[in-house]
Ligand binder design. Structure first.
Ligand code: NAI
Ligand code: ISE
Length: 338
């Protein structure tokens, strides 16, 4: 059986996922596309060489008989309404991060999914599908290093456009760490603080960049995440876990060491598309398989909520400068891992 996929949002990641679902994965094809910018949707299909129907309305696409499952790859503030609409049609939906721009929005999705009675939502947090993070988790789980005490992370993007705000450093960028570190440590956050170093001259006038987020977990692990979205030199994701008897560090993607013209160097990737290319393939193949079997897996709406709750606290901390508590409620049995 081939899963017919409808895509809402045909920008950078929408196109990358369309290419994947139509050409690279097993068992899926793109049959419908919507974008508030219709020309953008048409251009994307032409560029990719896909013959799919263009819908002027995302909700109409969700209702279409030509669509078995939905990918939501539009801007964050529109995610909630499309995910709720897919749930009300009983159709599986893969939603790019963030699931919703507030924890309240994620709660509404959770309530709708539980009322439906079966998981339909997979959130596009791809790092738990990344080989490097999986190796790091395995290493910690052996127990050979003792328990984790501290985690030092860096999330660096080469640059961002003028629409990127100070808040987006947490709601759009840090959310990846907020998701993956809970999974890596099997722990929850209890507080967050944000401190601002000197601002880089490369940031536009309304953006505080870089930022440092300090998190504490229920088990007492202290985490610092540097978010630097105009670092200029490349896309660089780092994570070091310091344990009682040693440390474990996320491996950098393989790249040759080059000795040339008096220097000894190694390339750094330039964007997220390349850095997590395999993880995106794995998460979407899992979605296609899960939707085809009626068994959605991977990061759930509950994971989306947990990241959003911590991001809300970080956003408050950005403004107040205070240490903001994070009160994570108990997970409903509906979201217990199988
Ligand atoms: P983009 O700006 O390149 O594309 C977004 C597209 O959505 C645009 O074509 C826009 O016209 C369309 N759109 C916006 N609101 C819409 C609505 N209400 N209905 C229909 N279409 C709408 O943005 P990009 O970079 O593709 O990001 C999209 C989403 O994917 C964001 O939520 C972002 O956080 C997430 N993302 C995730 C990444 C990851 O590593 N998992 C990487 C990049 C983006
Ligand atoms: C973008 O939306 C992503 O999700 C990328 O993975 C992240 O590195 C970037 O900071 C976000 O803006």
């Amino acid at each position: 059986m081939t899963l017919n996929i409808g895509v809402i949002g045909s920008g950078a990641i929408g196109q990358d996922h369309m290419r994947r679902c139509h050409f690279a994965l097993n068992g899926s094809r793109v049959t419908a596309v919507n974008d508030i910018n219709l020309e953008q949707a048409q251009r994307a299909l032409k560029t990719l060489g896909i013959a799919a129907e263009v819908y002027a309305d995302g909700h109409e696409l969700i209702r279409s008989k030509e669509v078995d499952a939905i990918l939501v790859t539009s801007w964050g503030p529109s995610h909630e309404e499309f995910v709720l609409s897919a749930i009300s049609e009983g159709k599986p939906v893969f939603c790019e991060k963030p699931l919703a721009v507030t924890a309240e929005g994620c709660r509404r999705i959770i309530e709708a999914e539980i009322a439906h009675g079966k998981r339909l939502v997979q959130v596009g947090y791809m790092r738990p599908w990344d080989k490097g993070y999986n190796a790091l988790r395995e290493e910690i789980r052996t127990g050979d290093l003792g328990v984790p005490l501290m985690v030092h992370c860096k999330h660096r993007n080469p640059e961002v456009n003028d629409a990127y705000t100070t808040n987006m450093a947490v709601s759009d960028t840090l959310v990846h760490e907020l998701d993956v570190l809970r999974w890596l440590l099997d722990d929850d956050y209890v507080s967050a603080q944000v401190v601002f170093p000197r601002v880089t001259r490369h940031a536009h006038s309304n953006l505080r960049d870089p930022q440092i987020v300090l998190l504490e977990t229920a088990k007492g692990v202290r985490i610092d995440v540097e978010i630097f979205v105009n670092c200029k030199y490349g896309y660089d994701i780092q994570c070091e876990v310091v344990c009682e008897d040693g440390t474990a560090e996320l491996a950098a993607p393989p790249s040759p060491r080059v000795r040339h013209a008096g220097s000894n160097s190694q390339h750094v990737l330039l964007d997220w598309k390349q850095r997590f290319i395999e993880a995106y393939d794995h998460e979407l193949q899992a979605f296609v398989d899960g939707a085809s079997k009626g068994q959605i897996q991977g990061p759930s709406a509950w994971n989306g909520f947990a990241a959003a709750l911590a991001a809300d606290a970080c956003a408050e901390a950005q403004i107040s400068g205070a240490i903001v508590p994070i009160n994570m409620p108990a997970r409903p049995a509906f979201y217990d891992p199988n």
